[in-house]
Design a protein around this ligand. Structure first.
Ligand code: ALL
Length: 337
């Protein structure tokens, strides 16, 4: 797990570097939107009609402290190349920086972007600013974690196309891989993501369903570690001090699982089955060594690509499906052979 330690140590530096790389100044074209069209020089015979302006699409994610979003950006950048749009990528500082994410969206509306592809940190908190985006004619595409459709409708938002995976089912397959290995009574733990995020709740329910199918499994703790590696390390150490016989842990994302694996390594425990979600490089490596039993590839890059592609389609006036599901794949040692 030396690379995990390196990951923890490097996270602050990586955050700065990645944030710097990923938030280029707004391209000139987005500024064009702010210009008064009447001030544009009249076309002459020589200049004829100006070439159509490439639309500016902003991808707003949670935080680059989680490599999941680095992957998502790669897909969006590929779409930028393929489709000839201007892409702006913005992230907040931390998984829990919900206010900052709201502010980022607000600023993008004020800057006059054409479309926003949003992976919201919270399923309700972003709704008012998304309403403001729609009121200002900005196309919004929701990826990854859904905005609460009921509350959005109550607040008068137009339906927002959503692209993601079936989180309940994905988490079920991951936790099921653990529960299928249990043949004697055991205690189990579920580490949850941010509780105001719908995908976190869906994964929790999927894991509960899988554990519930094996009568030998008793869930002794379900706690949030807010998707974070350090918080998961702290939370699991407290849980193990209360329940030293825990033998099964499902973490709703890989970052939290990596925090759990670090704790297990430090305490010399090699009798605990752990599974999680995201298929980060570090997690896949841990699946290969057997430290992690399973993770779920939810195609972050594909979600990023499709988000940008859908934004462009919507700008062209195409009607989009309200829900597009991307496939998930269970990653186990056997699947990696
Ligand atoms: C979710 C994603 C990932 C990720 C988490 C952390 O929305 O689907 O599983 O690890 O956000 O922000």
């Amino acid at each position: 797990m030396t690379s995990l330690k390196a990951l923890l140590a490097a996270s602050a530096t990586a955050l700065l570097l990645l944030t710097a790389c990923s938030s280029p100044p707004a391209p000139a074209s987005s500024m064009d939107l702010l210009a008064d069209p009447s001030a544009a020089p009249a076309a002459t015979a020589e200049t004829a009609a100006p070439a159509a302006r490439a639309p500016t699409v902003a991808l707003v994610m949670k935080t680059l402290t989680n490599p999941f979003f680095v992957e998502m950006e790669k897909g969006a950048r590929q779409a930028e190349k393929d489709l000839g749009i201007n892409l702006i990528v913005k992230t907040a500082a931390e998984e829990t920086s919900i206010e900052q994410q709201i502010e980022i969206v607000g600023n993008l509306i004020d800057d006059g972007v054409d479309a926003i592809v949003l992976a919201p940190a919270d399923s309700t908190g972003l709704i008012p600013v998304v309403k403001r985006a729609q009121d200002n004619g900005v196309v919004v595409i929701n990826i990854d974690n859904p905005l609460d459709a009921k509350i959005a409708a109550q607040r008068g938002l137009a339906p927002i196309p959503f692209i993601s995976v079936d989180n309940e089912q994905g988490a079920y397959t991951s936790a099921k891989f653990l529960s299928d290995q249990v043949s004697a009574p055991v205690e189990a733990v579920i580490l949850e993501g941010i509780r105001t995020a719908q995908n976190a709740n869906d994964r929790k329910h999927g894991a509960e369903r899988a554990f519930g199918e094996n009568a030998l499994i008793k869930i002794v703790a379900e706690e949030t570690a807010n998707w974070k590696i350090d918080e998961a390390h702290a939370v699991i150490s407290k849980i193990f001090s209360r329940h030293p016989n825990v033998k099964v842990v499902f973490a709703a994302n890989d970052m939290m699982a990596l925090g759990v694996l670090k704790y297990l390594e430090e305490t010399g425990r090699n009798d605990v089955l752990v599974a999680s979600y995201d298929a980060l490089e570090e997690a896949v490596a841990a699946v290969k060594t057997g430290e992690l039993q399973a993770t779920v590839d939810q195609q972050a890059a594909q979600q990023g690509y499709m988000g940008v592609e859908s934004a462009l389609k919507a700008l062209h006036g195409d009607e989009l499906p309200v829900l597009t599901l991307v496939d998930t794949k269970l990653i186990t040692a056997a699947a990696l052979k």
